[in-house]
Design a protein around this ligand. Sequence first.
Ligand code: C2E
Ligand code: MG
Ligand code: MG
Ligand code: MG
Length: 291
Amino acid sequence: HVKERGRGHFRFYRPQMNVDLLTRMKLDHAMREALAEQRFRLAYQPQVDLRTGRVIGVEALLRWRDRELGEISPGQFIPIAEETGFIVALGDWVLREAIRQGEQWHLQGIALTMSVNVSAVQFQQTTFIASLAHMLAASRLPPGRLELELTESILIQNVDDTLVRLDALVALGVRLAIDDFGTGYSNLAYLKRFPLHRLKIDRSFVRDLPDDESDAAIATAVINLARALKLRVIAEGVENDTQRDFLLAAGCDEFQGFLCAPALKPADFLNLAERIGLADATPLPTSAPNL
Ligand code: C2E
Ligand code: MG
Ligand code: MG
Ligand code: MG
């Protein structure tokens, strides 16, 4: 890494540094162009009720295929967008698009929770809540069908101000989840202060279940904590039956992961939902849920 010696003086120079900077600038430029040309897409990953095997919701995940660079993952471009502030415009598009798709499904009689990731930079914009309120007012999606996935980092910054903002969001009728729970800060006091609906157990605690004793203990503790606080709890990154069986036995409510499906195009999601059944839909699935 680059070491700093005094203010603004860099001790070491690595050629890699320029490449990184160039890549970042290139990505920043390409992202702005992609948004203007409507080349971002949302893909929808099913969230499944562990007990019934039915689909209860989706998480909207950004997808971007650049003409020259090919498919670029959110893990690569979101941090850059957060640094440059572009996430504000991008996050605004994500909310708008997720609400549009959620509304369309709702009007088709498909009952789902639409979960949307909200970055800390976006959440802290003074216009965030008013802008979301406008989008909801202009949409026929019931606000209760929209869930915002917040990270722990949002919740520990200026607690009093955050509480006011979360209350305002809940007053709009939307639901609030903590994403990647357990990877941020260990201060649990916010769990009782903030008006939350759901915890998402981070994939890093799910991956080695049930063999890794520490992960098993952490996952179980998070599930028990959620239940005691009357929050729903969903595990992310579930890839096999063993993980699912462990989570079900431990009392987890829901899961999301490749075991069911990756994030899908809307049409592919609908096909899948038809196949395995929706929690709130009346028709029973023709095949038994894979439980
Ligand atoms: P996240 O919100 O925790 O989303 C879950 C990530 O885990 C997604 O990666 C998803 O594709 C991946 N995943 C789900 N199930 C499995 C599984 O069984 N195995 C494995 N290996 N992976 C699984 P993705 O789509 O690459 O997104 C990465 C991160 O980028 C997200 O993590 C989120 O923090 C961020 N992100 C994605 N879309 C948005 C967005 O619209 N806005 C913001 N602010 N951040 C976003
Ligand atoms: Mg998420
Ligand atoms: Mg997550
Ligand atoms: Mg995660």
